[in-house]
Design a protein around this ligand. Structure first.
Ligand code: ZN
Length: 332
């Protein structure tokens, strides 16, 4: 058993309370590689932002859970080395699928876990979440739960259809489980194809898809039932069209990839939404930079040559999100 406190990590408790009060949201960036971790930490340190580094099931399979845990420990030291005296870094399990997974992450030094019982019947979701909360709180680890179903596919989390969170269920759920934050479904979706063409309209000038707006009425109703309670949005990449265009220009094939417009996320960040999950945008930024680099330097074969601009592109994207969308800069 290793406490996250020994690793210099923090849980989400104070961070979320401050964010809800201050009308901004904490970035939750997924990471799988060293370059992503470096870019996340560089961006957080430069903007003086708290940050959540999160680990999905796919990331644990790809990188190995032990390595990711040590990378997070390294991230804290790296932030200090970059000049941040008191970094606020959360190591969070994204979409924990069982009590056992959550427990093993807590025991290895995670400061926050998500238990995703959203596909279970309401009562079973409460039961499973409560079990995780009981264990987590013994170790001062915070727990994110989920009510409602997001559409889309991301790292083995998939659902064909989304079902908005029912505002009439949130009080009973939060009270009975004791969870610290709640992921809700208001129209965001996992992956780089958040909406089908049929769900969108098309901009006559650019030919690009314009996605349907998020259900802010549902968010408002939830906030009314649970005033000040930390709300989480998953699947909130914006799928920047310049990245998609670069990828397509240099041999990629991502037709009609579409995300959540940033002005909608900006609006959400000002509400009780205090954690916004962004994964696909980092993948797109990295891939666009690498494809461009290979097209321009066909003779390169040293990974450092193409991973350097890839890391730089991710860092710029993270800084953009922190400063221009979430507003979590200068909050340390
Ligand atoms: Zn998610």
């Amino acid at each position: 058993m290793v406490s996250y406190k020994k690793l210099g990590l923090v849980n989400t408790k104070k961070m979320f309370a401050k964010a809800v009060k201050g009308g901004y949201a904490i970035p939750a960036f997924n990471f799988n590689t060293m370059e992503q971790m470096q870019a996340i930490i560089q961006a957080a340190v430069e903007t003086k932002s708290p940050v959540i580094m999160q680990v999905s099931k796919g990331a644990r399979k790809y990188a190995n859970p032990t390595i990711l845990r040590y990378m997070a420990e390294g991230a804290v030291q790296y932030a200090k080395e970059l000049g941040c005296k008191k970094p606020q870094i959360v190591l969070h399990l994204d979409h924990g699928d069982s009590y056992e997974t959550c427990k093993s992450c807590i025991d290895s030094g995670f400061s926050s876990v998500m238990i995703d019982g959203s596909s279970l019947p309401f009562k079973e979701n409460i039961k499973l979440t409560k079990k995780v909360v009981n264990y987590a709180h013994k170790h001062d680890v915070t727990v994110e739960a989920e009510l409602g179903v997001l559409a889309g596919v991301e790292d083995e989390v998939s659902a064909a259809e989304s079902h908005y969170t029912k505002p009439e269920e949130v009080v009973e759920f939060a009270t009975k489980t004791g969870c610290d934050s709640l992921a809700i479904s208001i129209g965001t979706s996992h992956g780089a194809y958040k909406f089908t063409a049929a769900q969108c309209t098309r901009d006559p000038k650019t030919g690009k898809l314009v996605p349907p707006p998020l259900a802010f009425d549902v968010l408002k109703a939830i906030e009314k039932k649970l005033p000040g309670f930390p709300i989480v949005l998953h699947g909130s990449s914006s799928v920047p069209q310049d990245c998609v265009d670069t990828i397509n220009k240099y041999g990629g094939k991502l037709p009609d990839a579409v995300g959540i417009p940033e002005e909608q996320l900006r609006k959400a960040a000002k509400s009780a939404v205090c954690k916004i999950n962004i994964d696909s945008d980092s993948r797109l930024a990295m891939t666009a930079a690498i494809r461009k680099h290979f097209a321009e330097h066909p003779d390169h074969f040293d990974p450092r040559q193409y991973l350097t601009p890839a890391r730089e592109a991710m860092k710029e994207m993270y800084i953009h999100k922190i400063v221009k969308v979430l507003g979590s800069n200068n909050k340390l």
